[in-house]
Ligand binder design. Sequence first.
Ligand SMILES: *Cc1c(COP(=O)(O)O)cnc(C)c1O
Length: 426
Amino acid sequence: MSDSQINNYPIWHPFTQMKQEQTPLEIVSGEGCYLTTKDGRRILDAVSSWWVNLHGHSHPFIAQSIAEQAAELEHVIFAGFTHKPAIDLANNLLKILPDNFTKIFFSDDGSTSVEVALKMALQYWFNLGIKHKTKIIAFRDGYHGDTFGAMSVAGKNSFNTAFQEKMFDVHFITTPENGQIEQSLLEFEQLAKNDDIAAFIFEPLVQGASGMRMHKPEDLDKLLQIAKQNDIICIADEVMTGFGRTGNLFAIDYLVNKPDLICLSKGITGGFLPLGVTAASQRIYDAFYDDDKLKTFFHGHSYTANPIACAAANASYELLVSPKCRRQIQMITESHKEFLLTLKDNKYIKNARSVGTIVAFELEDMGETSYFHSIRDKIYTHCLEQNVLLRPLGNVIYTMPPYCITKVELERVYEVMVSCTDLLKN
Ligand SMILES: *Cc1c(COP(=O)(O)O)cnc(C)c1O
């Protein structure tokens, strides 16, 4: 934006260097996979608006549910009071989560769902009177949100340099990607020996923000096995992978060993309203259920379990479990696999990979994969010029479309993704 434009613009955008970035596009409406700008451009949203949208923009069924709920009950304090939209949502989620989950705790977004899980895990041991289990293990290069606890478990990186002194210590282990499982296991076993580990937090199957880095379920399962053997609480951060992104409803559905806590947000309301959820196993809940008031989980947010957000989530749930949505997820999954085959001989593309509805590749010869890679801005602009919204993570180009996308629209997205290699040729 030019200096004069900036001075008249009242907003400070997230993850945005306001001095360098172009004027943000003003969107006036959305329908299906498309966003319409003020001047009438239709942009195909191939990243589901930061991974939140499941069924398309302004989906009429979700919009209707929200309108009805707002007219009935907009909000109520969630301590001492409850309401049907929240009870229905908790029951819906427990229906589709693995059987070991029995309780739903509400919060506001992905970061807070992670904070809640970390605090539950730490207080679990505290409540049991086991004072030495206080450390946390996480994968290197993870992303869990922007609050202090969430930053701490992601580790030190270029985004949190200013805060590193205030972040708590976490043990980081190698992610089992690219055949590094032996190294991961070795590091995990070494740490587990100390008997001071409270919890292990991970993004199952896909590390999203750090570049759609993927690992195999059987490898993650081996790590969870060690965690179980050493009585370490497992926290699956499914804020991004939840609600069908990896093909199954949850990435942990691919695992034999189930975690004790799971963090959900992003897709939960179909992309309509902010809402976070931390689901807990009975074992975790039982450690707080006591005559001793000090064993209470003292955590809550003003808008906890907002009825309108819950209504949106219940509507999104109905769409998600419909046969039509399952077919769409299947179609996208198959389509991505076919797309990968076409990339095989492209010398400008490396590490092409997919899981479920997510497909990603890197542009070759761009050195280290990094968010700050100079090619990133060029790719972003190049795609947007063709009316496709793709937000590369450094030199990693990926799509994670709303499930309502058609085969024809997908082909268009692939075409634009591959055309990014032209940027290397000139
Ligand atoms: C986006 C994300 C978060 C943070 O969610 P917010 O709603 O942005 O706070 C946490 N974990 C993962 C895996 C994410 O992708």
